[in-house]
Design a protein around this ligand. Sequence first.
Ligand SMILES: Nc1nc2c(c(=O)[nH]1)N=C([C@H](O)[C@H](O)COP(=O)(O)OP(=O)(O)OP(=O)(O)O)CN2
Length: 175
Amino acid sequence: MFELVFSRRFSMAHRLLAGGSERCALPHGHNEYVRVHLRATNPAPLDGRANMVLPFERAKKVWHAFIDGHVDHALQLGDDDPLLPWFRQHEPRRAARILITPGDPTTEMLACLLMAKLNAFLAADGGALTCAAIEIEETPTNTVRYTGDPLAVLPQPRPAPRCWWRRADTTIADT
Ligand SMILES: Nc1nc2c(c(=O)[nH]1)N=C([C@H](O)[C@H](O)COP(=O)(O)OP(=O)(O)OP(=O)(O)O)CN2
């Protein structure tokens, strides 16, 4: 089976409060890579003419625009992080650029949230492709890979339409 594999780099900052590591509890940043593996929802043979699953440009346009415009340089905070009310009170315009996760913004969490978001984009574009696997390289020595349905392992803190990762839009948080 064919897979279309696309990579994108983004910068981010986060902190992890629940994992017990003091090092990770201070805000710190990474330059990360996200690599997605897309498969045809209904695989078909090459047609002997265009010989494509889907043009690369079509398959990655919305996704890369989302990563570049909304994930790159976002601060990632868990929904119970006390920095969130601080930003909302003192820097509300910047608070809009905070990516909010249910619990700590670990690489595992980010991988599944981004995969669910990508699947929402793909479904809204006709559903010809689905994301079969995602890898996030957090550092040159640490990568998280997830295959399968991200919704099977993500918490669902609110009804689906109020979870940003379920919507085919550019939001990275819920109000
Ligand atoms: N299961 C997880 N464990 C950790 C995560 C995570 O997302 N999932 N994240 C971190 C921190 O973000 C930390 O900054 C990165 O981890 P660390 O191993 O310290 O990274 P290094 O690149 O410095 O690792 P080296 O082995 O020294 O190269 C921690 N844990």
